[in-house]
Design a protein around this ligand. Structure first.
Ligand SMILES: [Zn+2]
Length: 318
């Protein structure tokens, strides 16, 4: 299986007409602020569509520049206020929360097809957790930040269900299989057109039963996804799960991803183009950042600002 982009063009072709239909339907039926029931949308479309309104999903992939749900500036501001309120209610100073760190129990659900295809061995799953720990500990580069997060494998289960393997009825299978509380990272290994899809921490209160990340099983270390089989899709999705936006969120704007030390970039990166500088704002594009779309072997770091943000979101929501 070859995925040349984080979101293959074939999926875009597939999703676009349906997406347009849903958007029109939504606009006619209800104001943009109304909730769109998750189960009324097919999963792949839901990831693309719900986002700007009221959804909970984030997908990794996208020559069109979006792989997580669109969060408007207005909603970003609301989320920031909510996060600050929650920290205050817990009596936690933002500066303290920013460096708190955390231990995250990880539950891995291997969604095989009915013939057992798509299995991932226990040893590869442990390698995946090891990748998470190295990446979040800043061990891939001298300039990388140790975020303070550590991941411990809390459980592995396996299912043999072709629909689930193909990520169909994802809300159903997540509700039936999710384990742990708000602080538990649930990873469902499936075969779908994305490399990965994540929920955001501020959506846990409303949709905790489906909280977690779905990851293409071919991206787990030792998998078959060309350029994306070093396990860093899981790192990227875990970044969303901890409250990080893409480094290209907002394009060439100073607020961008609400992280001050990730230079603005106009769009997502493909591959590993050294020296890319897509905005006139200061700094080269952060192509080595886990929250861009670069190849796995191009991913090297989270920044101090991202570490602070993820820690504050963890303290506020998880
Ligand atoms: Zn993403």
């Amino acid at each position: 299986m070859t995925l040349s982009h984080r979101l293959p063009a074939a999926l875009l072709a597939l999703a676009t007409p349906a997406l347009a239909g849903v958007l029109v339907g939504t606009a006619l039926a209800a104001p943009a602020s109304a909730q769109v029931p998750l189960d009324t949308l097919t999963p792949r479309v839901a990831e693309c569509v719900e986002g700007g309104h009221d959804g909970t999903e984030a997908a990794r992939g996208g020559p069109r520049g979006t792989d997580h749900r669109e969060v408007t500036r207005r909603e970003q501001r609301r989320i920031e206020r909510d996060m600050a309120r929650r920290l205050e209610a817990r009596g936690t100073r933002p500066a303290t929360a920013a460096r708190a760190g955390g231990t995250v129990p990880v539950y891995v659900h291997v969604m095989r097809d009915s013939a057992g295809g798509g299995d991932v061995s226990d040893s590869r799953i442990q390698q995946q957790v090891d990748v998470l720990n190295r990446s979040f500990a800043g061990q891939k580069s001298a300039s990388a930040t140790d975020t303070g997060f550590r991941f411990t494998l809390a459980g592995i289960d396996r299912y043999s269900n072709t629909s689930w393997h193909q990520d169909k009825q994802s809300s159903t299978y997540r509700r039936q299989t999710r384990q742990g509380g708000a602080d538990a990272l649930n990873i469902w290994l499936v075969d779908f057109a994305y490399l990965g899809v994540a929920t955001f921490p501020w959506d846990y209160a409303r949709n905790g039963a489906i909280d977690g990340i779905r990851v293409n099983y071919t991206t787990v270390p030792g998998g078959s996804a060309t350029n994306y089989a070093a396990g860093e899709t899981t790192t990227h999705e875990a970044g969303h799960w901890l409250g990080l936006y893409h480094t290209f969120q907002g394009g060439c704007t100073s607020s961008n991803d609400l992280v001050a030390d990730t230079p603005a970039q106009s769009s997502s990166t493909t591959g590993c183009p050294a020296g890319r500088d897509s905005c006139s704002l200061p700094g080269l594009d952060p192509i080595h950042n886990f929250m861009d779309y670069s190849y796995d072997d191009c991913y090297l770091e989270f920044t101090p600002g991202q570490s602070s943000r993820a820690n504050q979101a963890f303290a506020a929501y998880r």
